[in-house]
Structures are given as structure tokens and as C-alpha cells.
Ligand binder design. Structure first.
Ligand code: PGA
Length: 246
């Protein structure tokens, strides 16, 4: 059975320019008329488009998120960085933290933990990414890795009503390979048991597209999807939502 209140988050990564704004029209229209099921769409464009998206999405029911932020809450001598408060001020509501592509460039669990804390203080909701590498999976270390990322990333954080967990196996991101339904179910349940908090939402991310969505959208514990590549095409993004509720 598919959950209500599913999240569909578009992670545009380092793609998109002002012309991409036009692609939003279709999705805004869709989200207004497609009321059959309850779901929340959230766009996470690159920093350069956040202000424009904020204006464009103002009277829509689509949320806006950033793809990262600095761990310092407000301001400071950090060249090239953007603070959670700066994001909040321009109408951003969500922020992706701990994405494996940022972990790969040296973002540690400690920094991730600081970023989560600062962002919560500023009133942002967190999309907290966790996931194992292919090697870790092969060595059957998945649960140990997830456990570690959860414990360190959420250290000292008691309230998690502002946190969405995005389980993204690294071997699945951008590869076209998605986990077996049975495996995914097991890992989602592990995360939910580990973070024993009411109403915790766990999303899946990695190579989701309209063709494979039906393979995994019937997991009752799943609360949505973090979509990379396919989310840049409005038709594909809309199809992913429609197929989930079919
Ligand atoms: P993908 O990316 O859908 O292109 O695999 C997902 C992500 O990295 O969030």
C-alpha cells in the first residue's frame, strides 16, 4: 500500500540556469490539480537559482530546499559559503545535508552534525542523507554504516520532527541500478527501528525514474523519494509521482 503524505524531492545538483524556471510551470500546475493523493513536492536547485525559485514558487504548494549549507548558523569569514540563516531569509524551507557527493569531498559526520543543528536552529527542515558504498554492501556492513552515520549525524538532536531521512545507497546514485525491493524494505525498517521516533519519515534516493518507480514504490514504510537526474525533466518528475499513486 502506498503511503499518503509522500515526499518527492528534486535534487538538481550542479545543473540548471534561468531557463530552467520555465520547466516549473508544468509542475506547479500539476501540483495544484492533482489532488487525488496527498504528497509534497520540494525543489532543491543550485544556490544561484534559489531566489528565483523562491519567487516563482511563492503561491504554489511546492517547497524549496538548498543542497547544502555552512555549519555556521548566521555569518562569518567563510569564503564561498552560505549559512542556514541566509537560506531561511530568502524563503528556503529545507536543506539537504550529508549527501554522499559532499561526504566524498571531505564532509565528516561531525560537520554534518553541526550543519544539522545550525539549520534546525534557523528553522530549516533537514533532508539528512545516509547510505553505504558498494564495497561496504558486499562486505555486509550496510547496517553498521547506517547505524554509524545516524548516531554521529544526529548526536545531541532529540527532536526529529524536522528531519527527513534520505536513504541513498551510493552504488545506486546515478548508476541506473536500484536495490531489490526486499533489501530496500529491510534497510528502511532498520533505519526506522534505529531512530525510534514517532512519525519518522524515510525516503529512498538513487536512480529513480518513471520506468523503475513501480519496482519499489509499494513499500509501505517508504515515505517518498529523493530524485536526482530524472527530476530535471518535469514530465519525468510528474510521471514518478503519478505512477507512485497508480
Ligand atoms: P540520481 O541521484 O537520482 O541521479 O541517482 C539521486 C541523488 O543523488 O540524490
Amino acid at each position: 500500500m502506498t503511503n499518503n503524505n509522500m515526499y518527492f524531492i528534486a535534487n538538481w545538483k550542479m545543473f540548471g540556469d534561468v531557463k530552467s524556471l520555465n520547466s516549473l510551470n508544468k509542475v506547479i500546475k500539476f501540483s495544484k490539480i492533482y489532488q487525488k493523493n496527498k504528497f509534497k513536492l520540494i525543489y532543491c536547485p543550485p544556490y544561484t537559482l534559489l531566489s528565483l525559485f523562491s519567487k516563482k514558487l511563492k503561491n504554489s504548494n511546492i517547497g524549496l530546499g538548498a543542497q547544502n549549507c555552512h555549519q555556521e548558523e548566521t555569518s562569518g569569514p567563510f569564503t564561498g559559503s552560505i549559512s542556514p540563516k541566509m537560506l531561511k531569509k530568502i524563503g528556503v524551507q529545507y536543506v539537504i545535508i550529508g549527501h554522499s557527493e559532499n561526504r566524498a569531498t571531505g564532509e565528516t559526520d561531525l560537520i554534518i552534525n553541526k550543519k544539522i543543528k545550525s539549520s534546525i536552529k534557523c528553522g530549516l527542515k533537514i533532508i539528512f542523507c545516509i547510505g553505504e558504498t558498494l564495497l561496504q554492501r558486499k562486505k555486509k556492513q550496510t547496517h553498521r554504516i547506517l547505524n554509524n552515520q545516524i548516531i554521529k549525524g544526529l548526536k545531541g538532536i532529540n527532536k526529529t520532527n524536522n528531519i527527513l531521512i534520505a536513504y541513498e545507497p551510493i552504488w545506486s546514485i546515478g548508476t541506473g541500478i536500484i536495490p531489490e525491493k526486499k533489501d530496500l524494505e529491510k534497510n528502511i525498517n532498520f533505519i526506522k527501528k534505529k531512530i525510534k521516533l514517532k512519525k519518522l519519515k524515510v525516503l529512498y534516493g538513487g536512480s529513480i525514474n518513471p520506468k523503475n518507480i513501480n519496482n519499489i514504490n509499494q513499500i509501505s514504510e517508504l515515505n517518498g523519494f529523493l530524485v536526482g537526474g530524472a527530476s530535471q525533466d518535469p514530465k519525468k518528475f510528474i510521471d514518478i509521482v503519478k505512477k507512485t499513486f497508480k
